[in-house]
Design a binder for this molecule. Structure first.
Ligand SMILES: [Mn+2]
Length: 260
C-alpha cells in the first residue's frame, strides 16, 4: 500500500502533460489510405467519447507518400481534416515529402526518389513510373507530367508542411532531434532524417519527443521519446498516440493486407 502510493505520487510529479489538450499524433502512413481511414474513424469516435473542453489537436508526423498504393488519397483525406473546424490540425513534413518536392524542382533526383518508393507516388498521380533507369530527358518529361498532374491543393499542401509542433511538455517532429542541441536550434535536416544518434540517446531533449521515421514492430513509449512508426506500408498497422493531460495511450488500425 505504502509503496504503491509512493509510486503514484512520484509518477504524478514527473509525468509529462499536454496542459489539458486532447492530442492525437499519427505515424508514417506511406500511401496506406485503407488503414488511415480506419484510424481517423477511431480517433473521431474517441473524441466523441472524450468530449474535451477544447478542440482536439491532430498532428500528422510526416511520410504520407511513397511505397504504399494511395499517396494521393492520403493527402486528400488529410486536406479534408485540415479544413474541418472540429480539429486543430498540424501537418508535419517527412523526408519523403521533401524528396517529392526535390524531384519537382530537379528531375535529376528521380532515380534516388525511385529507390525510396517514389514510383508508387507517381502512379498514384497517374504518372507512368519508370521501369528501368531512364535518361535525363525522360526524367524531365516524368517531372513535367507530375507537375501537370499535381492539383493546386496538393502543391500547396507540400509547400506548407511544418517542421515541429509543441503542445505542453511534448514536441512533435518527423524523425527526431539532435541530442545536445536546443529544440529551437534544430536543423531541418535532422528533424527530417536523424535516426541512430537520436534513437540511441536516452535524452532528455527539452520536451518529450513524439516522432515517426524509424519503424519498429511495437510503438515505443519511453520517458523522453515516443516512437509510433509501425511500418504501416508493409505491416498494415498504423499507430497513433493519444495524449490527454498526463495520460498516454495508443490507437492502432490494422489491415490484413500486407505489402512488400
Ligand atoms: Mn521518414
Amino acid at each position: 500500500m505504502f509503496s504503491r502510493l509512493l509510486g503514484q505520487k512520484r509518477s504524478r510529479e514527473v509525468l509529462p502533460s499536454t496542459g489539458g489538450r486532447l492530442v492525437y499524433a499519427v505515424g508514417d502512413v506511406h500511401g496506406r489510405l485503407d488503414v488511415l481511414q480506419m484510424l481517423v474513424r477511431d480517433i473521431a469516435n474517441d473524441v466523441l467519447a472524450t468530449r474535451p473542453p477544447e478542440r482536439p489537436v491532430l498532428i500528422f508526423l510526416g511520410d504520407y507518400v511513397d511505397r504504399g498504393p494511395d499517396s494521393r488519397g492520403v493527402v486528400d483525406l488529410i486536406l479534408t481534416l485540415k479544413s474541418d473546424p472540429a480539429f486543430d490540425v498540424t501537418v508535419l513534413k517527412g523526408n519523403h515529402e521533401e524528396a517529392l518536392m526535390q524531384f519537382v524542382q530537379d528531375p535529376g533526383f528521380g532515380s534516388t526518389w525511385l529507390d525510396h518508393g517514389g514510383g508508387a507516388t507517381l502512379a498514384a498521380y497517374g504518372v507512368q513510373p519508370p521501369s528501368t533507369r531512364m535518361d535525363s530527358d525522360t526524367w524531365a518529361a516524368t517531372r513535367d507530367a507530375l507537375n501537370a498532374a499535381l492539383p493546386a491543393s496538393h502543391r500547396a499542401f507540400y509547400q506548407q508542411l511544418e517542421l515541429m509542433r509543441v503542445v505542453g511538455d511534448y514536441a512533435f517532429v518527423h524523425a527526431g532531434v539532435r541530442p545536445g542541441v536546443a529544440l529551437e536550434d534544430q536543423s531541418e535536416r535532422d528533424l527530417l532524417w536523424i535516426r541512430h544518434e537520436f534513437i540511441r540517446d536516452r535524452g532528455p531533449f527539452g520536451k518529450v519527443i513524439v516522432h515517426g521515421h524509424t519503424p519498429s514492430e511495437e510503438a515505443q513509449l519511453t520517458p523522453c521519446r515516443i516512437g509510433i512508426d509501425t511500418g504501416a506500408y508493409a505491416t498494415g498497422v498504423l499507430t497513433a498516440v493519444r495524449l490527454y493531460g498526463d495520460s498516454q495511450s495508443l490507437i492502432q488500425a490494422r489491415s490484413q493486407r500486407r505489402i512488400g
